[in-house]
Design a protein around this ligand. Structure first.
Ligand code: 13P
Length: 340
């Protein structure tokens, strides 16, 4: 492990108000999103779509790194240029999702465990050799009446810590993603309580596994009311709850927080990130940044619709959404940007 290189990469991923573009949807997830809007679920369609993303001009103005999947990191543009090379040449650091998805957690109805530790050391070495410089692992925590359980939180935190240590050993910055899901009718307060417990446990396990905090990034959920909760808190209330929760749990040595969007609308994700930066940027110990998939890609995917003729317009939408989030990091986003 080259500690200085890890620290420099982690810092670069959150520098200049840029953020991450998550384009690492697994095959089933990507196919599900394509099916929903009537795009064929083929390897060619997925490649075409990813080519649209990586060839979007000036994306590097607001995007510092892109997270790829195992399929995408091996793919090329029509002219044979590897996607990894296109990204790196434009100054966007390539990253890779390394977990193998979630499975039911034995003995814990309704809860999930993320798999993928077997053979991970060898896979990380291969990805590093292919050009990846950071690696993401997503744990999924569900809120319901009697869950999450301690067993689920601890098992997922342990897996996150083992993957993070292996990533640093391989020279890849871990993007540690414990996602508390928005599904359900729970309140913001309940999400706060669960997120706080999850993050405490995760940082305890990261410490035990000797993960270097300066050479990692945290990718958490924002603290939100469930999608079906009757009380939907204001943008500022969400910003306050989220940063308060993070201040209580995330050590100042971590260089950045790169939020997932988790099913919020693109506009709300930008507005909430903006509010956090307006209110806390000058005094938060870490950068408050983004690592969105849906909240950057959704409009572009819908416009593209699998048609070559729509590529340019879709790329404009992608560029614009990334730019909105860059503005949100600066605390300069406003809904007039949505109409521009
Ligand atoms: P969303 O922004 O769509 O939640 O995706 C982020 C991500 O990378 C999930 O692992």
């Amino acid at each position: 492990m080259n500690a200085q290189e890890l620290i420099a990469t982690a810092k670069k991923l959150v520098a200049d108000d840029k953020g991450l573009l998550a384009m690492d949807e697994s095959l089933p997830t990507c196919n599900k999103r394509f099916a929903k809007i009537g795009i064929p679920q083929t390897v060619e369609a997925r490649r075409d779509y990813r080519e649209l993303i990586v060839t979007t001009s000036r994306l590097n103005e607001s995007i510092s790194g892109a997270i790829l999947s195992d399929e995408t990191i091996r793919q090329q543009k029509q002219d044979g240029t590897a996607f990894v090379k296109i990204l790196a040449d434009s100054g966007i650091i390539p990253g890779i999702k390394v977990d193998a998805g979630t499975k039911d957690l034995a003995g814990h109805p309704g809860e999930k465990i993320t798999e993928g530790l077997d053979g991970l050391r060898e896979r990380l070495a291969e990805y590093r050799q292919m050009g990846a410089r950071f690696a993401k692992w997503r744990a999924m925590i569900v809120i319901d009446n009697h869950i999450p359980s301690r067993g689920c939180i601890e098992a997922n935190a342990q897996a996150l810590a083992l993957y993070a240590a292996l990533s640093q050993e391989a020279g890849l910055v871990p993007i540690v993603e414990p996602e508390v899901l928005m599904d359900g009718d729970h309140t913001l307060e309940r999400c706060f309580e669960v997120t706080e417990e999850v993050l405490h446990t995760v940082f305890n396990r990261l410490y035990r596994q000797k993960v270097m905090l300066e050479g990692m990034l945290l990718k958490p959920n924002m603290v939100l009311p469930g999608l079906a909760c009757s009380k939907q808190d204001t943008v500022d209330e969400v910003a306050d709850a989220t940063v308060t929760c993070l201040l209580r749990t995330v050590p100042a040595a971590v260089p950045g927080i790169t939020f997932l969007s988790g099913g919020q609308s693109s506009e709300l994700a930008s507005a909430r990130l903006n509010a956090m930066n307006v209110r806390y940027k000058s005094r938060a110990p870490w950068a408050l940044s983004f690592s969105f998939a849906r909240a950057i890609q959704q409009a572009a995917m819908e416009i593209w619709h699998g048609e070559q003729a729509n590529v340019q317009e879709a790329q404009q939408a992608l560029y614009r959404r990334a730019k909105c989030n860059w503005s949100a990091r600066r605390g300069e986003y406003s809904d007039t940007m949505e109409k521009a």
